[in-house]
Design a protein around this ligand. Structure first.
Ligand SMILES: Nc1ncnc2c1ncn2[C@@H]1O[C@H](COP(=O)(O)OP(=O)(O)OP(=O)(O)O)[C@@H](O)[C@H]1O
Length: 232
């Protein structure tokens, strides 16, 4: 298994307020697959994504990516690991306001040992004609395309997406999901999408549903559909 998640536990708070928000999550994702992580608000989706991404530390259990265990890494190794292997896309795009689209993407390229060609990527992202604009001159969808570009230009093994369409309207959300699908097919990155939107599960190879810090249900999707066909 490319991404192995074993008995992950996480607590927040101290003393009386100490709460267990992940209660022993064990699962995995094969290389190059799209995995959708669903569950009600507060079920632990973002916490799990952040632990996979090395942004937060688990209090128990282990995460291994292609055999490398995150918990065995020191801060420096972890930072290199994040830089070389992970791309992150957030609901709110976190672009640098005074850099152009192309420059924002180049920030990601600069951090990588083995970046994709930025000009080719700008075409794939549908941003070629907007490459010299700054974020305030872009629509929400174009800003999210830019943030996907910044994450993917490093050609990461895993693309982690936390509510990537949470701030977008229906049509733009579908365009972004189609883009994520295109990128997965073209570059073969493993993709994990955290979402509230149940319809997105249909484009996944694997679906994991969390409730109250546990896996309620998980399955391989044998009848996966193209993002184009999603409706909600
Ligand atoms: N930094 C923190 N300190 C304390 N509690 C936290 C922290 N981050 C998250 N929590 C709590 O942990 C639980 C899981 O949160 P998490 O954000 O992972 O859920 P989620 O499923 O992603 O929710 P949402 O869909 O609303 O984003 C929630 O009860 C939340 O209040």
């Amino acid at each position: 298994m490319f991404l192995e998640i074993k008995s992950i536990e996480k607590y927040y708070g101290t003393g009386e307020n100490r709460t267990k928000v992940l209660k022993g999550i064990t699962t995995g994702v094969e290389k190059g697959k799209i995995c959708v992580l669903l569950g009600p608000s507060g079920s632990g989706k973002s916490t799990l994504l952040n632990i996979i991404g090395g942004i937060e530390k688990a209090d128990g259990g282990s995460i291994a990516i292609d055999g490398s265990k995150i918990e065995d890494m020191n801060e420096k190794q972890l930072s290199l690991y994040r830089r070389n292997h992970l791309g992150y896309v957030f609901q709110f795009y976190n672009l640098i306001p005074n850099l152009t689209v192309k420059e924002n993407i180049e920030v990601g390229a600069f951090l990588s040992k083995n970046p994709l060609d930025t000009d080719e990527l700008l075409h794939t992202l549908g941003l070629w004609e907007h490459k010299d604009k700054v974020p305030s001159q872009l629509s929400g969808g174009q800003q999210q395309r830019t943030s996907i570009g910044r994450a993917i230009v490093k050609n990461p093994d895993i693309l982690l997406c936390d509510e990537p369409t949470g701030a977008l309207d229906y049509k733009t959300s579908k365009d972004i999901l189609k883009l994520i699908e295109t990128i997965n097919q073209k570059y073969g990155n493993t993709v994990i999408i955290v979402t509230h939107n149940d319809a997105i599960k249909l484009m996944a190879d694997k679906v994991i549903k969390l409730r109250d810090g546990n896996i309620r249900k998980e399955y391989e999707n044998t009848e996966k559909v193209n993002a184009e066909e999603l409706d909600w």
